[in-house]
Write a protein that binds this ligand. Structure first.
Ligand code: CS2
Ligand code: MG
Length: 404
C-alpha cells in the first residue's frame, strides 16, 4: 500500500485543529491529529514543508521505519512541533494499517485489556459552592472520576475557571494573549478547603483529581500534597514545572498524594528520569504531542516496569482524531490508569464524525476499522483558521510573569 498523497487540513469549529490526511493507491485514507494549541500553523508548516514531500511514494505499512526516518532522519530531534507532526503521520499510518486489516486499531495493538475506558470529567466553578454544584452535575452525567478546580478568593481570572456560569472555561482566545492572576499563598490556603467541601458533599465513591498547572515551587507542592492527603485524591497534576525532574523528588519525600505529569512532554526522554526514579504515579503524555501510537507505546512500556500508569491528556484542544486514537491505546495498554475527557462542541463533533462513545463514566473507541474518526472536509472548510493564544499568568502582587 503506497502513500499517494498527503494533505494538511486546518479548521476552527470553535477552536483550531490541524489534521493530516494520507491517501493511498488502495483507495484507503488515514487521519492523524497534529493540533498544538496556540502554535497550530508551526506544525502545519512543518508537515507541509518538510514531512509531506518525504511521505509520497512510501510503503504505508512500514510504520516503524517511517517513524525512525522522520525522527532520526531530521537530525534535529524532539520538541512539541516536530513530535506533533511525527505523531500525525504515525496516527494516520496506524489508521491505514488497521483499515487495511479490517480491524479496529486496538486489535492490532494486541487486543482489549479491559471492557471499557475510565474517563474523568472537568468541574470548574468561580467559588467552592459553584464547584461543588458542578461536581454534582458531572456525577449525575455518570462520571465516576472528576477533576475539580475553583476560583481563588481575591483572584479575578484563574486557570480552569470560566468568567460566567453560562460558558465553559476556554483558555485559547482570539486576539493577543489574555492575562490571568496568581497568588500562591491564597491558592494554598483555599484548595484544601475545596476538597474538604467536596468530600463532605459527595462522599468517597468518586475519584477526585486536581490540576495545579505547573504553578508551585517543589516545597509548596509538597505542602499542598500533604494538605490534600485526607481527601484521597486520585492525583495531583503538574504540581511544579517539570523541566527539572529532581523537583519531584522533593515533593515525593513529603507526600503520599499520587503525582501525575506529562501533558507537555514530547518523548520518552522527558519521562525517563521521573519514571525510573519512581517520582510519579501517572504519566499523562498523549498520542498527538508525544510522537503518536508508536512512541506512546514505548513510554507506557517503560512506565509499566515501575508500576506507573497512564493518564492521557484529553483536553478539547486535542482533536477527536487524537481522542479516538487515545481510546484505542487505552483499551489495549496493560498499565492503563485513566483518560481525560472534555467533550468537544457540537460543531467539532460534526466536522469529525467518530465511532467512540461515552456511557456511564466510561468510554469505548468503537469497532470501526482504523481509529474510527473521519473528517468532513466540506464542513471543515466552513470554519477557517483563527489565530488564538493561550493566556499568560502574572503574580497579582507585582506583575511578575509566572508559570501558566
Ligand atoms: C489542561 C489543559 O487538560 C488539562 O489538564 O492542563 O487544559 C491545558 O491547559 C491545555 O491542553 C493547553 O492547551
Ligand atoms: Mg493539565
Amino acid at each position: 500500500m503506497k502513500i499517494t498523497g498527503a494533505r494538511v487540513i486546518v479548521c476552527c469549529p470553535g477552536r483550531n485543529f490541524v489534521t493530516l490526511k494520507l491517501e493511498t493507491d488502495e483507495g484507503l485514507t488515514g487521519l492523524g491529529d497534529a493540533s498544538l494549541n496556540g502554535r497550530e500553523l508551526a506544525v502545519a508548516a512543518y508537515l507541509t514543508e518538510h514531512l509531506v514531500p518525504l511521505l509520497v511514494g512510501r510503503d504505508a505499512h512500514r510504520i516503524e521505519d517511517t517513524w525512525q526516518y522522520l525522527y532520526k532522519g531530521a537530525y534535529w530531534r524532539r520538541g512539541p512541533v516536530t513530535m506533533s507532526a511525527i505523531a500525525a503521520v504515525d496516527t494516520a499510518l496506524w489508521d491505514l494499517k488497521a483499515k487495511a486489516a479490517g480491524m479496529p486499531l486496538y486489535q492490532l495493538l494486541g487486543g482489549a485489556s479491559r471492557e471499557r475506558v475510565l474517563v474523568y470529567a472537568h468541574a470548574n466553578g468561580r467559588d467552592i459552592a459553584e464547584t461543588v454544584d458542578e461536581v454534582h452535575r458531572q456525577a449525575a452525567l455518570g462520571y465516576r472520576a472528576i477533576r475539580a478546580q475553583s476560583g481563588v478568593p481575591g483572584l479575578a481570572k484563574v486557570y480552569g475557571v470560566a468568567a460566567d456560569r453560562e460558558h465553559s472555561y476556554e483558555p485559547a482566545t482570539p486576539g493577543l494573549p489574555k492575562e490571568e492572576d496568581w497568588d500562591t499563598a491564597q491558592y494554598l490556603r483555599h484548595t484544601p478547603k475545596l476538597f474538604e467541601a467536596l468530600r463532605n458533599a459527595i462522599g468517597w465513591e468518586h475519584e477526585l483529581l486536581h490540576d495545579v498547572h505547573h504553578r508551585l515551587t517543589p516545597i509548596e507542592a509538597a505542602r499542598l500534597g500533604k494538605d490534600l492527603e485526607p481527601f484521597r485524591l486520585f492525583w495531583m497534576e503538574d504540581a511544579t514545572p517539570a523541566e527539572n525532574p529532581e523537583a519531584f523528588r522533593l515533593i515525593r519525600q513529603h507526600t503520599t498524594t499520587p503525582l501525575a505529569v506529562g501533558e507537555v512532554f514530547n518523548t520518552v526522554w522527558d519521562c525517563k528520569p521521573l519514571i525510573e526514579q519512581q517520582l510519579i504515579d501517572f504519566i499523562r503524555t498523549t498520542v498527538v504531542h508525544a510522537g503518536g501510537i508508536t512512541h506512546l507505546r514505548r513510554i507506557a512500556d517503560l512506565a509499566a516496569l515501575y508500576q506507573v500508569r497512564t493518564g492521557s491528556h484529553g483536553a478539547t484542544d486535542l482533536s477527536p482524531v487524537c481522542m479516538g486514537a487515545a481510546l484505542h491505546f487505552d483499551l489495549w495498554v496493560p498499565n492503563f490508569g485513566i483518560q481525560e475527557h472534555m467533550p468537544h462542541n457540537e460543531a467539532t463533533d460534526e466536522v469529525f464524525p467518530h465511532a467512540y462513545r461515552f456511557d456511564g463514566g466510561f468510554m469505548h473507541p468503537g469497532e470501526a476499522p482504523g481509529h474510527g474518526v473521519e473528517i468532513d472536509e466540506r464542513l471543515a472548510a466552513k470554519y477557517p483558521y483563527q489565530r488564538a493564544y493561550l493566556p499568560v499568568n502574572r503574580l497579582q502582587r507585582d506583575g511578575t510573569l509566572w508559570d501558566w
